[in-house]
Design a protein around this ligand. Structure first.
Ligand code: F6P
Length: 342
């Protein structure tokens, strides 16, 4: 059996740990061969391959990024995309594919399996944690840890100057990173895309925090929107899956807070620091277990499935189900955090 492996979409801490586990168990346990495709679906389209064997994954457990490279290439948007992928797989004698990615990469894997008979198994990755059917994606815990450490640091500088510190975090249309890091970091308020925020209310919370002699930290998800307003876009450009680039709401909010409260405000945009660097211990553990179970799904010939975390068990779910709906923050969870606002 020859197995192709690719990593697609935004990179995420733990990608290398998944590949290490897939290759180690695949080679040692089942005698499989592997081939890596460079830059996600682009490598599969263009036949751009990388050697993937035990020496290639040695030492990769703590390494961030992806040894295969990544891209947001969508084969369904490319001329003869599916045909080209089939040709590459045939040329390299690849029997099955392990696709490691988020909703876009796995959405492609689901269609390739269901509509074109390509034998795919998926592994869910994204710092955004917005994939249905799994309790957590790997990468999320690292992103939350990075954001929490940043918030901890911002508290002391905010208090030294008695300023408002607005922290903009990633997450696209889901507020998971904001909610978890905001709670862990003791934010004055947390603003998420799932619930439009009221600017007057935010300013009232900020003012009340100053009255209590503390400087407020406002955690805002990049996709958060004010009531009556829109999402702030970076430049309006779209990737090949049709996603807009976000970021800018933090700057906008700090300006509004200054104008409405008369307090000085600064913004920190954490950006790609949330995605870079070594994975947390939890993400190494989760990524490794996902990898081990993904190669077991290959051995069992169970195609069109994604490995998922349910409680402490790793289960298999249909890829189509896992990518159908974005997992967003439940209103009740958000409400829980409200006791700390203001
Ligand atoms: O999906 C992960 C993510 O990091 C989002 O949180 C963010 O909006 C986006 O990717 C940024 O993507 P890019 O790699 O194009 O900057």
């Amino acid at each position: 059996m020859r197995v192709g492996v690719l990593t697609g979409g935004g990179d995420c801490p733990g990608l290398n740990a998944v590949m290490r586990a897939v290759v180690r168990k695949g080679v040692q346990g089942y005698g499989y061969d592997f081939v890596g495709f460079r830059d996600g679906w682009r490598g599969a389209l263009e036949g751009d391959t990388v050697q993937l064997d035990i020496p290639a994954v040695r030492g990769m457990l703590p390494r961030g990024g992806t040894l295969l490279g990544s891209s947001r290439t969508n084969p369904f948007k490319e001329q003869n995309g599916v045909h080209r992928i089939s040709e590459t797989l045939a040329k390299h004698e690849v029997d099955a594919l392990v696709a490691i990615g988020g909703e876009d990469t796995l959405g492609v894997a689901a269609r390739l399996t269901d509509e074109h008979g390509v034998k795919c198994v998926g592994v869910p990755k994204t710092i955004d944690n917005d994939l249905s059917a799994t309790d957590y994606t790997f990468g999320f815990n690292t992103a939350v840890t990075v954001a929490t450490e940043a918030i901890d640091r911002l508290h002391t500088t905010a208090e030294s100057h008695m300023r408002v510190l607005v922290v903009e975090v990633m997450g696209r249309h889901a507020g998971w990173i904001a909610l978890h890091s905001g709670l862990a970091g003791g934010a004055n308020c947390i603003l998420i895309p799932e619930q439009r925020f009221d600017l007057d209310q935010v300013c009232a919370w900020v003012t009340s925090r100053f009255k209590a002699s503390y400087a407020p930290i406002v955690v805002v998800a990049e996709g958060a929107m004010p009531k009556g307003g829109d999402m702030v876009l970076k430049d309006g450009s779209l990737d090949s899956f049709g996603h807009v680039r976000l970021s800018g709401v933090g700057e906008w909010l700090a300006k509004q807070i200054e104008e409405h409260t008369g307090k000085e405000a600064r913004t920190t945009v954490l950006g790609h620091t949330q995605r870079g660097g070594t994975p947390s211990a939890f993400d190494r553990w989760l990524a490794t277990r996902f990898g081990l179970h993904a190669i077991d799904a290959v051995r069992d010939g169970e195609w069109g499935v994604m490995v998922a975390l349910r409680g402490t068990d790793i289960v298999r779910v249909p890829l189509a189900e896992a990518t159908r709906k974005l997992k967003t923050v439940d209103p009740a969870l958000y409400e829980e955090a409200g006791v700390f606002f203001g």
